[in-house]
Design a protein around this ligand. Sequence first.
Ligand code: FEC
Length: 308
Amino acid sequence: SEHKIGVLVMSYGTPESMDDVEAYYTHIRRGHPPTEEQLKELTDRYEAIVGGVFPLRENTNGQVAGLQDKLDSTAPGQYVCYQGLKHARPYIEDGVEEMAKDGIRRAVGIVLAPHFSTMSVGSYIKRAKEKADELGIEMSFVEQYHLHPKLIKALTERVANGLAVLAKSAGADAKTKVLFSAHSLPEKIRELGDPYEKQLLETSAAVAEAAGVQDWQFTWQSAGRTRDPWLGPDILETLDTIAGEGVEAVLVAPVGFVSDHLEVLYDLDIEAKAEAEKIGIKLERIAMLNRDPLYMETLAESVQAAAL
Ligand code: FEC
């Protein structure tokens, strides 16, 4: 397979079992183990989410397989996909080692997150590049694909469907708002001139425009539990603010994420939904991309462009 191009598909990673949550959390905290209380809080969140405990693993596996299929159909025999996770096995470095073992000399890296931040996609790339340099693999990277037309189309379809569902539950006359959201990051990214915020607003504006949505805003979610200030306002606060402005129905579009996982199934479907109920807002969420064919094409085309 020496002439094949390796594709390192990188994703956040999730624990393999309940027993693995502590090690996973320790890795996220850069080697600092969580307290009993922090660990219990995270374990409780995993136990509360619907559809089995760790859906991100299956979804990432499905996306890697879907991308391989798409590449095989457009460029038969040219690409071979490997998985590399940020906080769980197989780690990013394990994926690069697998490529080296298979004799891969050239590779492309892509992250299952559309927007670039030095703290997110940048850190995946840094780790992959370090390992690839060490093992003599020549590697290029897709840094973002947040305005790829097929990504925008897939998200637009979901917003249109979500609004139709919401109109049924809240009534077609309800004052409705679309809230685009993404994972918050520490405020210090602003001083670094990070493109994350700008790119998220660009995706949101493109989808709103294509879906004909007039009333929308962007909000953050899932801020970390650290002492640094994180980007806000958080979705819970935004819901309170817009309830005060007379909004009766909200469609949440978490465009910074591509899979069903904890930050969507807990932070939005349980936590934000409960807050909305408390203040009398009807809340629905768009379906996540998971293995959507348009998303698979977005990934395949981005990989092929970066491989040139
Ligand atoms: O379903 C799952 O098992 C995993 C869900 C999950 C995704 C995810 C995505 C992103 N994160 C990003 C940034 C940070 C920063 C910190 C941080 C902490 C956590 C914790 C859990 C967690 N994240 Fe995450 N994130 C997911 C899960 N994340 C659990 C630890 C408990 C907590 O704080 O809630 C803070 C780390 C630190 O202490 O420094 C920063 C970003 C994304 C979206 C991009 C991507 O997917 O890479 C950014 C999914």
